[in-house]
Each structure stands twice: as structure tokens, then as C-alpha cells.
Ligand binder design. Structure first.
Ligand code: SF4
Ligand code: SF4
Length: 174
């Protein structure tokens, strides 16, 4: 089946069009028309008064990472390096240490994510066999004054709570 091609006539045949001035004035008429109409009544404009009015974040949205913990507060991560290996940006840096709580053999003694390198692809979450890393913090605004502060570490990752409840996931059929 051949694709239907709509041929659009190229403008610029007449003298006023070739001079551009008339076309520029026509464009300005449209722009100023919108400008005056919205100045008189802006009720039809979609304006979000950020940051006072925050956007709605859904559970599927990938925000800043966190490391999940067991009920007793111990970290779920077993330092298997799957997330680091699968990270296309190579922005996860893990150092493994011996684990002494009988849950597993290893835990991370260092777990850094460089948020300036991260592309928020979610591969780390997909690769994790322990559901130890998630991106459900709802944190979307990441602003700091220097690069060092964009390197988020183990303590901060483990201390950040998730932003959603089981109900939030069930309501959306996730
Ligand atoms: S979201 Fe993607 S880029 Fe960011 S840390 Fe995870 S795997 Fe790496
Ligand atoms: S977060 Fe998951 S994938 Fe990454 S090292 Fe820990 S257990 Fe392995």
C-alpha cells in the first residue's frame, strides 16, 4: 500500500510574499491578537504557579533514587553490582563489604550515584534482583550550588522514603 502524500504549495510566489514585510505584519497581528486577548482574560491559559503549585507525580515516574530497607532498617542491597554493571551512564559507584547480619554475604559500604551523569533510564531498578533500589521518591527538582552535592551517597539514599503507598500502585493497576 503506497503512502498518501499531501503536497503543500510552497509560498512566496507573489510580490508581497517575496518582500516578507506583509507576512511579518500578518504574523505580528496574530501574536498581538493573542497577547491582548490573554491580557484581558487569562482564564483559558494553562498556567501552573510553580513552585507553589507542584505537579502530580505518578508511581511510574522516575525520580531521584533511594535504597530500600528491611523492616528492621537494614539495607536490602547485597552489593551484587548488577545496577552498576547495567548503568549506561556509569554513574553508580559501589564498594562492597562483609555482611555480618546473616542476611547475606555482602553489603555496600559505599554506594554513590552521580546525579549529574544519570539519565534516569531506570535500568538500575530493572537490574536489581533484590528490589533494593527504586526511583519512586517523587523527587524531581534537583538543584545544588556545586557538583559535589549532586553526588548522592549511601546514607542519603537509604534515608529517603518512597513517595507512594500500595494503594497508589493498586489504583493505577501497577
Ligand atoms: S537511572 Fe539509568 S543512568 Fe541513572 S543510575 Fe540508574 S541505570 Fe544509571
Ligand atoms: S542495588 Fe540491587 S543491583 Fe545494585 S548492588 Fe544492590 S542489590 Fe545489586
Amino acid at each position: 500500500m503506497s503512502a498518501k502524500v499531501k503536497v503543500v504549495k510552497r509560498k512566496g510566489d507573489t510580490l508581497p510574499e517575496k518582500l516578507y514585510l506583509v507576512e511579518v505584519l500578518k504574523g505580528m497581528k496574530t501574536s498581538f491578537g493573542h497577547f491582548w486577548r490573554n491580557l484581558r482574560d487569562n482564564s483559558r491559559l494553562y498556567v501552573r504557579h510553580y513552585p507553589e503549585q507542584q505537579p502530580e507525580i505518578t508511581p511510574r515516574w522516575r525520580g531521584r533514587h533511594r535504597l530500600t530497607t528491611h523492616e528492621d532498617g537494614s539495607i536490602k542491597c547485597v552489593a551484587c553490582f548488577m545496577c552498576q554493571t547495567n548503568c549506561p551512564s556509569r554513574c553508580i559507584m559501589i564498594e562492597a563489604g562483609e555482611r555480618l547480619d546473616d542476611r547475606d554475604e555482602k553489603l555496600p559500604v559505599r554506594f554513590d550515584i552521580d546525579l549529574l551523569e544519570c539519565i534516569y533510564c531506570g535500568y538500575c531498578v530493572e537490574a536489581c534482583p533484590k528490589d533494593a533500589i527504586r526511583m519512586d521518591t517523587g523527587i524531581f527538582s534537583l538543584v545544588e550550588h556545586n557538583r559535589e552535592k549532586m553526588l548522592v551517597g549511601l546514607d542519603e539514599l537509604a534515608a529517603t522514603p518512597g513517595a507512594f503507598t500500595e494503594d497508589d500502585y493498586q489504583k493505577r493497576g501497577l
